[in-house]
Design a protein around this ligand. Structure first.
Ligand SMILES: Cc1cc2nc3c(=O)[nH]c(=O)nc-3n(C[C@H](O)[C@H](O)[C@H](O)COP(=O)(O)OP(=O)(O)OC[C@H]3O[C@@H](n4cnc5c(N)ncnc54)[C@H](O)[C@@H]3O)c2cc1C
Ligand SMILES: *[C@@H]1O[C@H](CO)[C@@H](O)[C@H](O)[C@H]1NC(C)=O
Ligand SMILES: *[C@@H]1O[C@H](CO)[C@@H](O)[C@H](O)[C@H]1NC(C)=O
Ligand SMILES: *[C@@H]1O[C@H](CO)[C@@H](O)[C@H](O)[C@H]1NC(C)=O
Ligand SMILES: *[C@@H]1O[C@H](CO)[C@@H](O)[C@H](O)[C@H]1NC(C)=O
Ligand SMILES: *[C@@H]1O[C@H](CO)[C@@H](O)[C@H](O)[C@H]1NC(C)=O
Length: 617
């Protein structure tokens, strides 16, 4: 026992070491002596309370000379980027060739992800600078930051946090830029761009006081593709997003992080062992089960851009775990070659119900049912609404033969209702290819007019109790049918179940509704006005459940319950303790109701755009 105790202590101590060289480059007290703007926070000497953050033109906005001095202290990594679409507008930057290129590639998320300020969800910027065919219109900075620190080390991040806090400037953090609601931009702000903190190391043996085994250390800007490549070289698996450019140590794990292994291993947030972050006072801290455990709890599920700037994380890795998958499709749209096309509307929905009866078995087998119901034109049968269902069912840790016997009862049931489906072609992959991120999202729609990236979505976690009796299942089935038929929306469901048991009983801030769900459902705008009321029926039939903040609607009426559930009060305490200054703010983040952004979208009832001044509520 005694030996074990010493062993545990010594391994815990090694785990406190920083992960990467860039984390050893830190701001020193000495450097701050003659430069008050970059001093660390001192609770004994509070800053004056201002009602609003400063914006350019205000008396307290730093002068050009101040910015130049700040840039010099940063060693020149301060950027002042124009919006990505600026070459489409008259003026010094006008470039017709570049503009045409931008129009063609605007839906490529990778392009936005890798830009210092651009993001996928353009609407959140206020659409003040989109690729246009009217170069005489105006391009303005809108919701995009004014200055960006292209962080290469911890010192750069500390300088940015201290400068923004001391100078009363709005601060944002941009990672992979995939947030659907504009959480990684902010008008009149200083942004910390973590994109270049991309180091990553695989540790075949890693020990903490609670874990010993494979792990991987990821820099704050690591994207899914980087980690996937490292893992396949080392015959190991970690939980990554499906989109190649999603920031793993950014929004993904901080929001929860689902993957093809959700019902098998749990969520990304469930397997983070340590977090290094610069907090609101400018200090670098390590958070793990033994140190700063309140912060450690909050970071894993409490949402990005709220508790600090993550410089690196260590995450548990798994043995290489192959996934067998295959897909099934059926449709009301005629096709000469597809026996499962040209269905009547009633047969289509009978097929849907047969699938829903299989939702729980898929989850309980550790699998994922990744599905879509899409609208489409039905020109030869205009009286029959065009609907196509596609589901990819994937099962980690199963051979092709096991897969076949698993799906057989579902196929028999579909055949009974008039949808004769052959055993799908099965792929067994050790590391599934990631979605190349182009086009931006399988269901993304363009707004009318010039190219604007508009992805407005909503999310709901449907509990097991909505599927586990015939009557509950019928109610769920009808609610989905009505959403598609009466609402005219496209539907995206993910049948998965990250129960506490499969996730290893984690104690973290992930919404408790994830532990009882068997379906994360999303709805998408299909041209119609999206005002948050679209999924009301879903909320009504899933009382007490929640929504996935990373794929949710910022107009959620009860957003604290929807995105955080019973964790909210404790998260707010952690937020107040670690960020009493309100340095970090993100739309629908913990404590975000203490501030309001006066954006052009108008807020609730309109859109929460980031192109305005931020003031205390
Ligand atoms: C194509 C696509 C595929 C997706 N696939 C999945 C999926 O398979 N599973 C899943 O769970 N989700 C998925 N998502 C949702 C994704 O998890 C969220 O959009 C997530 O917020 C993205 O994180 P990011 O760092 O790339 O984005 P950003 O927009 O850069 O950041 C999101 C939030 O995190 C903060 N942040 C970023 N970096 C840091 C950092 N280093 N420290 C502190 N805060 C930081 C930002 O300030 C912001 O608040 C997908 C999204 C898209 C668009
Ligand atoms: C910061 O300094 C670098 C190097 O001198 C320079 O290239 C860059 O343009 C400066 N940034 C700003 C915003 O002036
Ligand atoms: C205009 O854009 C094209 C395509 O990106 C580029 O090759 C060219 O150099 C640009 N022209 C100018 C004057 O910058
Ligand atoms: C911009 O140019 C278009 C023609 O290309 C014209 O119709 C429009 O009125 C102009 N707008 C402004 C603000 O000058
Ligand atoms: C990974 O597995 C392959 C095939 O089994 C083997 O050849 C290779 O050496 C392994 N690589 C590592 C880093 O273990
Ligand atoms: C589709 O069904 C209709 C009505 O049953 C039939 O007339 C038509 O020939 C079918 N089309 C195809 C391509 O099978």
């Amino acid at each position: 026992m005694l030996l074990y105790f010493f062993f545990a202590v010594s391994t815990a101590a090694t785990a406190f070491a920083l992960n990467f060289d860039y984390e050893n480059i830190q701001l020193t007290e000495a450097e701050t002596q003659d430069y008050p703007a970059i001093r660390f926070a001192d609770l004994a000497n509070p800053l004056p309370r201002k009602e609003c953050r400063a914006i350019p033109g205000d008396d307290d906005w730093p002068s050009d000379a101040d910015w130049a001095q700040f840039n010099e202290t940063l060693g020149g990594v301060l950027l002042k980027p124009v919006p990505l679409a600026a070459p489409c507008y008259e003026g010094a930057l006008y470039n017709a060739t570049r503009c045409e290129q931008l129009k063609r590639t605007w839906s490529n998320i990778g392009m936005h992800s890798n830009d210092p300020t651009s993001i996928m969800s353009q609407w959140a910027s206020g659409n003040t600078c989109v690729p246009t065919s009217q170069p005489n219109s105006t391009c303005s900075q809108g919701g995009y930051p004014v200055y960006v620190v292209d962080a290469m080390n911890v010192r750069h991040i500390q300088l940015a946090v201290n400068f923004a806090r001391n100078k009363n400037i709005r601060l944002v953090i941009k990672g992979g830029g995939h947030d659907f609601n504009g959480k990684s931009i902010g008008g009149h702000s200083l942004s910390i761009w973590v994109h270049n903190l991309k180091s990553l190391i695989y540790h075949p043996e890693y020990s903490t006081s609670t874990y010993s085994g494979r792990a991987v250390a990821l820099g704050g800007g690591t994207q899914a593709q980087d980690a996937r490549n490292l893992m396949s070289r080392n015959n190991a698996t970690i939980l990554t997003a499906g989109g190649a450019n999603v920031g793993l140590a950014g929004g993904f794990f901080q929001g929860a992080g689902h993957s093809g292994y959700t019902s098998y291993y749990g969520l990304a947030a469930d397997h983070v062992l340590e977090i290094n972050a610069v907090t609101a006072n400018g200090r670098l801290v390590t958070a793990n089960a033994d140190t700063n455990s309140d912060l450690f709890w909050a970071f894993r599920g409490g949402g990005g851009g709220t508790f600090g700037v993550v410089t690196s994380i260590v995450e548990k890795a798994f043995p290489q775990t192959a996934i067998s998958s295959g897909s099934i499709t059926f449709s009301t749209i005629p096709s000469r070659t597809q026996p499962t096309a040209n269905l009547t509307t009633e047969t289509f929905w009978a097929g849907m119900k047969a699938y829903w009866e299989y939702a729980i078995p898929i989850c309980d087998a550790g699998g994922l049912g990744y599905n879509f119901i899409r609208h489409g034109a039905n020109p030869t049968r205009p009286d029959v609404p065009g609907l196509t269902y596609t589901v990819s069912i994937s099962l980690p840790g199963r051979t092709a033969a096991e897969y076949r016997s698993f799906v057989r009862p579902l196929l028999e049931r579909l055949s009974e209702v008039g949808i004769p489906i052959a055993i799908p072609e099965i792929q067994t992959l050790v590391m599934p290819e990631l979605d190349s991120d182009q086009p931006s999202h399988p269901l993304a729609r363009r707004a009318p007019g010039d190219t604007v990236g508009h992805t407005l979505i909503a999310s709901r976690l449907w509990p097991r109790t909505n599927f586990d009796t015939p009557s509950a299942l019928q109610t769920s089935h009808l609610a989905i049918r009505s959403f598609v038929e009466d609402g005219g929306y496209d539907f995206h469901g993910m049948n998965y179940a990250p129960t506490l048991a499969v996730s290893g009983n984690p104690d973290n801030a992930v919404h408790p509704a994830f532990r009882t769900t068997v379906m994360h459902a999303q709805g998408y705008e299909v041209g119609a006005h999206w005002d948050g009321s679209n999924v009301i029926t879903w909320r009504d039939i899933t009382p007490g459940s929640g929504a996935y903040m990373n794929e949710g609607d910022m107009q959620e009426p009860d957003w604290k319950d929807s995105f955080y559930g019973s964790n909210y009060p404790r998260l707010l305490q952690v937020k107040k303790k670690w960020d009493p200054y309100g340095v970090f703010w993100a739309i629908s983040g913990v404590g975000s109701d203490e501030w309001v952004v006066y954006g052009s979208g108008g807020g609730r009832g309109g859109l929460y755009t980031q192109d305005g001044r931020i003031c205390r509520a």
